[in-house]
Every structure is written in C-alpha cells, then in structure tokens.
Design a protein around this ligand. Sequence first.
Ligand SMILES: Cc1cc2nc3c(=O)[nH]c(=O)nc-3n(C[C@H](O)[C@H](O)[C@H](O)COP(=O)(O)OP(=O)(O)OC[C@H]3O[C@@H](n4cnc5c(N)ncnc54)[C@H](O)[C@@H]3O)c2cc1C
Length: 486
Amino acid sequence: MTIRGNWDIESDVVIVGYGGAGAVAAITASDCGARVTVLEKMPAGGGNTRVSGGGFFNTTGMGWTTYVEALCFGATEKEVIEEFVRNAMKNKDWIKEIGGQVEPTLHLQVSYPGPAPKASFPQLPGWEFMEKCSVKMVDTEAKAERLWKLLSGNVERRPIKVLTGAPARRLITNEKDEVVGVMAEKDGQKIYVKAGKAVILTCGGFEYDEGLKRDFLPCKPFFAFGNPGNTGDGIRMAQKVGAGLWHMPVTSAQLGFKAPEYESAFIIRFFTDRFIYVNRDARRFVDETKIEVHSIAWVTSVFDSQRFRYLHIPTYAIFDETARRKAPLNPGNSGFNRTLYKWSSDNSAEIGKGWITKGRTLAELARKISVDEATLEKTIAKFNESCRIGRDGEFGRSREALTAIDAPPYYAIELWPCLINTQGGPRRDKEARVLDAEGIPIPRLYSAGELGSIWGFAYQGSGNNGESLVFGRIAGRNAAAEESWD
Ligand SMILES: Cc1cc2nc3c(=O)[nH]c(=O)nc-3n(C[C@H](O)[C@H](O)[C@H](O)COP(=O)(O)OP(=O)(O)OC[C@H]3O[C@@H](n4cnc5c(N)ncnc54)[C@H](O)[C@@H]3O)c2cc1C
C-alpha cells in the first residue's frame, strides 16, 4: 500500500503492538531522540507480557551461545544468537537503569513441584551462563504485572504517543519499497501514521489465529493461555511487503483446561504427585513429572495413522480426593484468565461446573469420561503397585514422585495442548531488521519479541521476555538511527 501526504499522525518511529517488546523499543527509540507512536489493538496494552510469569533472563557470559545454538537446532544463524546472548548480558542492568529492582526467580521447568532442574535442558552444555530474574515485588502483585508497570510507567514518562484500540492493518511503502508508515483503525476510521525513520513490528504471535495454527502447528487443536489480541497480524502485514518467515512450527506450550465460557485456557498444575495422565485408551504414556514445562508439543504431536487420530489429545489427568483438597489446579498467577476467574481453593466450584469430573469409583469415572473402565482400573492398579515397590518400570517416574492414587472419590480433568506462545513470524537478522524471502533486509522494517523470535526449535523458560528486552532495545536503537526518508 502506498500513500503520498495526508498523514494523520507524523512520527519518526511507529511501533505496532504495545506489549513488552513494543514498550522496550519505544523507550529506547525515544531515548535516542526519535518521535515515537505506538499502536495497540486492544483497549489496553500489556499483551502476553502482562499475563506472563514475569520471568526474564540475564546471561552471564558468551558461553550461553552454545546452549542457545543447541536449542535452535540449526534454525537460527550463529551471528543472531551471539548478538542475542551479548545483549542479554545487559538485561538486568537495563531494568535497573529504568528504575526497576531485580530479584532472582526460581526456575519452573516441569509442571510438577518436585526438585526442579536449573534450566529447561540442563543436559546441554552452556546452560549455566544464565540467570533467571524478575522485577522485584513490593507486594503480592503478579510478577508480570510488576514488569509491565515498570515498562509502561517508563513509556508514560516519555513523550511517546500511545494509541490503544488502534489495530494496525497495513504497512505503507513508497516507490523505493521502503516502509514509511502504517495504516491503522481508530474508532472505526482509517488513520495513516507516518514513520519518518522506520516501523517496528512487536505485535506478538498467532496464538489466537485458527488458520495459522492449522497450517503451521504440529498438533491440533491448540488453545492458548495469553492475550486474545495476538492473532498473527504482524505476520500477514510483513508477508505483504515480502517478508520471509521462520520458526513457524515452534511453540512454547503446556497442557491446560479450556472451559467453553472463556476464550483463553486455564493453566493446570498439580501441587502433589497423586496424579497421572492417561490418553483416550485410558493408558499412561509419559513420566508426568518430567515434561519440560514449555515442551508439551513433543508429547502431544504423536499421531496414530491407523486410527487416524492424535494418540494423546485430549489427555485426562486422573487424581484422587487427597489431591483434590491439596490446592487449586489453577494457580491463578498468570494467563489472560488471571483477572477474570478465581479458581476455588479446593477445586469444588469447578466440580460443580462440570469442569472436573467426579466418580465414586474408578469405573464410574471412566464411564463419565468415556474411556474403558477395565483399562483405567488396570492403569491405576499398575501405577499404585509401582508406588508400593518404589519403581515405575513403565516410564521411570522417580521414587520421590510415586504416591498412590487411592483415596476415593476419583477425579478427571480433560487437558489439551495450550500455547503459552508461538515463536514463528518474520525472519529477522541480528540488527532486528525484517528480512525478505531471500534474506535481504526490507528497508525501514524491524521486529522484536515473540513475533518471529529467535527460538528456532526448543525453548528456554524466561527466554521470550528476555528476548523482548534484547531485540526491543536493538530495534529501538537502530530504527531511531535511520536517516529520515524525506
Ligand atoms: C501464561 C503465560 C506465561 C508466560 N510466562 C513467561 C515467563 O515467565 N517468561 C518469559 O520469558 N515468557 C513468558 N511468556 C511468554 C512471553 O510473555 C511472551 O512471549 C512475551 O510477552 C511476548 O512479548 P511481545 O511484546 O512480543 O508480545 P505481547 O506482549 O503479546 O504484545 C503484543 C501486543 O501486540 C498487540 N497487537 C496484536 N496485533 C496488533 C495489531 N494489528 N495492531 C496493534 N497491536 C497489535 C497485542 O494486542 C499485544 O498487546 C508467558 C506467556 C504466557 C501467555
């Protein structure tokens, strides 16, 4: 789309998407002297960043490059990874520079609260060059809320124009194919925003775009925990000006519960080991306590070509009365539903709603969730026997995580693969420039954050917020340094 004159808003740098990456880019570009306009589609900013776990990483040495290279499995150029790691060494300092206090955060790497490994993949060399942090809390507020308050507070203190309820629709190019502005909508009207220097796309992933999920993700369906505004708009806008894509099938995802009444799914976590996962054949299929917490797609993408269905979708978590009373299955500290619904402390309200199924016996539970009664009874009997002898011969669950499921009544909750976020999007280089299908930078177009993140295969927890901090700064700096096109 091209336009001459008639701009509604004039700025040097236009940022599309007001989440973490957008805020970091805006602060940086503004501090470099650029006039900045931020466009946000939703009524308020924050995106996934605001409903995340709030963790970000800081690297402590270039040794982390080896680890990230292994995680990316050849899908991200070494020079991009090196730039990422080098800049991530300044994440903590940058948060302090803008007025935040930083504290170390414990790693949550598996969905069960046993002894947690120190990194998502500690079997790979180089993981130790990373520290996981969050913005220090002064009260009980969610960590991500604190991160967002710090970022948005800094945006508000600068001369940055933020338009909410203003979805960007198209990138505007000139006769030299440079990106010179954005067409957006505000109050039902088209508005044209000039970017004298550059546009930065920070509008998140495609967690809520059914078409892109269907085309690119490794299993179906895929629900999502985060911001419903993340519908892959940045991918389509970038494609229209020639962008190449990368990392489209890569997800950060775990099992969750999807209630029909809510657009987003609920994170489900057990604070006891008295649970197992079974599939539709009522059989266990995994060590439930060792699934890396962002990597469920590797488990749920197993497809049975004979019966033509995903073997483990949906999954049923089976647990007993002791587990039911132990803690709410939804911890309530992250996810878009965080402020919309409070899960009851003993899960009783959710039983009442039919979200959790109850059976006086295992046979009754099996009937209610439509799995084979005898198989479910056998599966639980076998698991309980493993608990008795202290050895899980089937899946190697550790002795410390083997407590029998033997206190009736019994319960089941249906779980689905749910996106924490997607990683795919427009390909970017180490300068945060968006590259075209041949790897050539598209003039004056940058990106940051989970929209085409560097994570090319596997993901290290706290790596997306960490990336927003890194590429938000790189994109903001480089966009502001462009010569004006007019
Ligand atoms: C439950 C949960 C827990 C998580 N925990 C962690 C964690 O602890 N650590 C970590 O590193 N990562 C975590 N993540 C992932 C991380 O939060 C995200 O990947 C990161 O916040 C992405 O930042 P972003 O700025 O790229 O995108 P977002 O923060 O999602 O911001 C994108 C913004 O763009 C807006 N937008 C979309 N389309 C348009 C358009 N057309 N025009 C204008 N605006 C548009 C969206 O509404 C949104 O506000 C978590 C995610 C979730 C959902």
